[in-house]
Design a protein around this ligand. Structure first.
Ligand code: T5A
Length: 261
């Protein structure tokens, strides 16, 4: 039996650490036997990356907010049709660095475009596709901009004012409050390792919740054997069977004595 994958997005202001944490998330999910595809917005396709170049270029300073929003959704339409939907249908777990919440935060909060209009585009481009889980890395504006600034020349967004980013942050926080079933809020002002540990714990409990008792059991058996190192062969054997227990042949654990939880 084939089950669709899950769609996880990572959001936050400039320099929140999305790219850094997304790499950890991917690694964690893969170590738990899931097939993961990591991608980003704007971008994720050849055309989407071209659109990204236009959107981020300081040469396009003064672009109208409506143009900016339509370009975000143009890149998104391409991304969804060519990459995200096919990957989900094939059972991959899609990890996406930013998605439509960023449009609400930046174009809605930052630029002042109406949320209703963004909602219309969201319906049109996405249909009923929404992220299953959104990890919001909340960072104070000063800390985030200082981190982003370390990377060198600022892109078109990074040149915005502190007040712009305060509005972006406020919309993110408001959406996290409005959609608590989907959002997980993480204080990203803290050191990388502390943020990573909290995200790992979020993913672990989310996996437990959606995976049910069979996933929990399989992971517990592997964890026990992995920690004690007493019966790695047994751990491999049991873990190898768990997709069958779940009836999910697409979730193929990478098992063996080296399997780490
Ligand atoms: N956008 C996007 C919209 O306006 N609307 C939309 O709909 C969408 C989808 C590009 C821009 O597009 C806009 C928003 C953006 O401005 P992006 O590529 O995601 O989107 O751009 P950025 O937010 O600029 O991505 P950054 O790369 O700046 O930030 P990240 O990914 O959050 O941060 P990361 O991991 O690269 O880390 C930056 C630096 O900080 C360090 C890292 O080592 C790195 O040096 N760092 C930390 N240092 C200390 N403590 C921590 N906890 C740290 N975490 C990371």
């Amino acid at each position: 039996m084939k089950v669709p994958g899950r769609f996880i997005t990572v959001e936050g202001g400039e320099g929140a650490g999305k790219t850094t944490q997304l790499a950890f998330m991917r690694d964690y999910l893969e170590r738990n036997g899931l097939r993961v595809m990591a991608t980003r917005e704007p971008g994720g396709t050849a055309l989407g990356e071209d659109i990204r170049t236009v959107l981020l270029s300081p040469r396009r300073d003064g672009m109208a907010a409506t143009t900016e929003t339509l370009l975000m959704f143009a890149a998104r339409a391409e991304h969804l049709e060519r990459v995200v939907r096919p990957a989900l249908a094939a059972g991959h777990w899609v990890l996406c660095d930013r998605f439509t919440d960023a449009t609400y935060a930046y174009q809605g909060g930052g630029r002042g475009l109406s949320f209703e209009r963004i909602g219309l585009l969201e319906e049109w481009v996405q249909g009923d596709l929404r992220p299953d889980l959104t990890v919001l890395l909340d960072v104070s504006v000063a800390v985030g901009l200082e981190r982003a600034g370390r990377r060198g020349a600022a892109d078109r967004f990074e040149r915005e004012t502190v007040r712009f980013f305060e509005r972006v942050r406020a919309v993110y926080l408001e959406r996290a409050k409005r959609y608590p079933e989907r959002y997980r809020l993480v204080n990203a002002d803290r050191p990388i390792e502390m943020v990573r540990i909290e995200i790992q714990s979020i993913l672990a409990s989310w996996l437990e919740r959606i995976g049910g008792w069979a996933l929990a059991l399989a992971r517990a058996v592997v964890a026990t054997a992995s920690v004690t190192r007493c019966q790695p062969a047994l751990a491999s054997c049991v873990a190898a069977d768990w997709p069958a227990w779940l009836g999910q042949a697409d979730l193929c654990p990478s098992v063996g004595p080296g399997f780490v939880v």
